[in-house]
Design a protein around this ligand. Structure first.
Ligand SMILES: C[S@@+](CC[C@H](N)C(=O)[O-])C[C@H]1O[C@@H](n2cnc3c(N)ncnc32)[C@H](O)[C@@H]1O
Length: 210
C-alpha cells in the first residue's frame, strides 16, 4: 500500500468522463435518501466532493450544500458547474483536514463518497465530522467493501483496500455515533479484456449524532 498522496488535480478535467462514476454518485445519493434521509431544511457538507458528482445530486433536495476538497483542480471544475447553473445554495471550500484544515460551519448531514480510503487514519476524521454536525445530524459514508487491492489500477494514495463494515461500524461508535446502519449502495463492474468482469460492492454507512 502506497504512503504517497495521489495528485487529484491532474485527474480533475477528465474525472466525469467515466460513466461508472456518474452512476455511482446517483446510486449513492439514492442510498443516502433511503437510509439517511434528506430534507429541504438541511445544510449538507460533502467531504472529498471532487467535481461534485454527489454534491449536485443532493443540491436540489436541500437548503444548502458545501463541497469540501483538498484538490484545487477538482474544486475548479465544481465551481464552474455551480456558476454555470447559477446555483445559489451550493459553495465550495478548499480544505485538507489532514494538514491542519478545519471544516467550516454546522451541518445537518455530512456525506462522503469514495474518499475515506484516501485518508490514512480515519478516527480523527470521524471525530471531526461529529463535531461539525448539529445534534441529531447524520453522517453518511459510501466506500468500497474490502477489495484486496484490486480496485485501483495504481494504488498510489490508497490507504485502505476498502473497509470491513464491522470495523468501520466500531469506528463510528467510538466517535460517538448511534443508530448506525449500513447497506449496499452500488456495484461497480470493471471490464477486463483478459478475463471475466471484476465486481466491487460499495456500502453506505450512516450514524446519528446523539
Ligand atoms: C476518489 S475522489 C472522490 C470524489 C467524489 N466524491 C466522487 O465520488 O466523484 C476522492 C476525493 O477526495 C479528496 N481528498 C482526498 N484526501 C482529502 C483530504 N485530506 N481532505 C479533503 N479532500 C480530500 C480528493 O482530492 C478527491 O477529490
Amino acid at each position: 500500500m502506497s504512503r504517497e498522496k495521489r495528485d487529484f488535480d491532474q485527474e480533475a478535467a477528465s474525472w466525469d468522463e467515466r460513466p461508472q462514476r456518474v452512476k455511482l454518485a446517483k446510486d449513492v445519493a439514492d442510498a443516502i435518501v433511503r437510509l439517511g434521509g434528506v430534507h429541504p431544511t438541511m445544510d449538507v457538507l460533502d467531504f472529498g466532493c471532487g467535481t461534485g458528482l454527489l454534491t449536485l445530486q443532493l443540491q436540489p433536495q436541500v437548503r444548502s450544500i458545501t463541497g469540501v476538497d483538498s484538490s484545487r483542480g477538482m474544486l475548479e471544475i465544481l465551481n464552474g458547474k455551480i456558476s454555470g447553473r447559477k446555483l445559489a445554495n451550493a459553495r465550495t471550500v478548499l480544505c485538507d483536514l489532514e494538514n491542519g484544515g478545519a471544516l467550516p460551519g454546522k451541518y445537518d448531514l455530512v456525506v462522503s463518497s469514495m474518499t475515506l480510503h484516501h485518508i490514512p487514519v480515519v478516527a480523527p476524521l470521524l471525530a471531526h465530522f461529529y463535531g461539525v454536525l448539529a445534534p441529531g445530524g447524520r453522517l453518511c459514508i459510501a466506500d468500497l467493501d474490502d477489495e484486496g487491492g484490486r480496485f485501483h489500477g495504481d494504488n498510489t494514495g490508497v490507504f485502505h483496500f476498502g473497509f470491513e463494515r464491522d470495523v468501520l461500524r466500531r469506528c463510528f461508535a467510538e466517535a460517538g455515533f448511534v443508530d448506525i446502519v449500513d447497506d449496499t449502495a452500488a456495484e461497480i463492474v470493471k471490464n477486463d479484456d483478459n478475463g471475466p468482469p471484476a465486481r466491487f460492492s460499495v456500502f453506505l454507512m450512516t450514524g446519528k449524532k446523539a
